[in-house]
Write a protein that binds this ligand. Structure first.
Ligand SMILES: [Fe+2]
Ligand SMILES: [Fe+2]
Length: 318
């Protein structure tokens, strides 16, 4: 790899981190998670003389429950993400301030989604707690990504999380859940903007190296939730429901950032950058084709189900 090393990049990008942090603090709303939880619906569970959980108490469809669980367990693993970002970005100066601020904001997300689910008896609290234990003990290890890879990854990741929360909220068909998840998605959007603009600055400082990082993160993208027990099966349900599938990933997560960074309009790239850009173009084509195949297969399966009189399955009840 050519271009500045990690230490030099951290220094060169520090002014951008500071600017982005100031902008973030000016635009982030000081919202209160407890305001979004319908506390009046809450009641005791068995140990305190109340009723244990059972499925018919939930007003959420099975797929909506799965989507909420995946989003929550992904948020639960925050200590791992904090440790990873801390070691990549460092704990000093503007980088360190950002890591702690970001962590404090993220801490609200798991807290209020869990409060909502427990108070409304939306999911089985015992299996949720077991899954949280397993997920946090597995931790999340992104493989010590170098700085630029980490910045590209979190750009895509924050946008993926925004889209996932927003689409889950819509799918829940519960105005309380939708309001809560829309509020969380606004946080994720601001996080995405922070990283997106950091990558934009990196593209100016070290275009070839940054393009290589972006390409590697598009081709090797793995959701942080992949350590959740039963992730593959649960993610497949969420994809079947259209909450987060390959089409969404390509159209609403990867492409908006690729377009914003003006990757295919950048001129004067070095050989490394040109090579990375060609690989990226090929990878995007493959992703788009896979998304098209997935959507076509899903539509066929839905048509079959409709013919057999089982509904479309897209509302989570079919
Ligand atoms: Fe979050
Ligand atoms: Fe976030």
């Amino acid at each position: 790899m050519t271009g500045p090393g990690a230490e030099a990049l951290l220094k060169q990008l520090e002014a951008t981190v500071e600017e982005n942090l100031d902008r973030h603090l000016a635009s982030a709303e000081d919202w209160m998670p407890h305001e979004y939880v319908p506390w009046a619906e809450g009641r005791n569970f068995a140990v305190l003389g109340g009723e244990p959980w059972s499925a018919e108490q939930s007003r959420l469809s099975p797929v909506a429950r799965t989507a909420l669980e995946l989003n929550l367990l992904t948020e639960d693993n925050l200590p791992s993400y904090h440790a990873e970002l801390g070691s990549t970005f460092g704990r000093r100066g503007a980088w360190g301030l950002w890591v702690n601020r970001w962590t404090a904001e993220e801490g609200r997300h798991a807290a209020c989604i869990r409060d909502y689910l427990l108070v409304t008896r939306g999911v089985d609290p015992e299996s949720l707690e077991r899954a949280r234990m397993a997920t946090m003990q597995a931790g999340f290890d992104s493989g010590d990504k170098p700085l630029l890879q980490a910045c590209a990854y979190v750009s895509f990741q924050e946008l993926a999380t925004r889209v996932s929360h927003r689409n889950t909220g819509r799918y829940c068909a519960d105005p309380v859940a939708e309001k809560l998840l829309a509020r969380i998605a606004m946080d994720e959007n601001l996080h995405m903007l922070f990283y997106r603009d950091l990558v934009k600055a990196a593209l100016e400082i070290a275009p070839g190296q940054t393009l290589r990082a972006i390409t590697d993160e598009v081709t090797g993208f793995v959701m942080p939730g992949s350590v959740i027990p039963g992730f593959a099966r649960k993610a497949a349900q969420v994809a079947q429901a259209g909450i987060y599938d390959l089409r969404v990933h390509h159209d609403d997560v990867i492409m908006p950032l690729v377009r914003h960074w003006r990757i295919f309009e950048t001129e004067g790239l070095d050989a490394e950058g040109e090579q990375a850009r060609q690989e990226l173009a090929a990878a995007l084509e493959v992703l788009d084709a896979r998304a098209a195949r997935f959507v076509a297969r899903r539509a066929e399966a839905e048509a079959e189900r409709a013919k057999a009189g089982h509904g479309t399955g897209r509302n989570g009840y079919g």
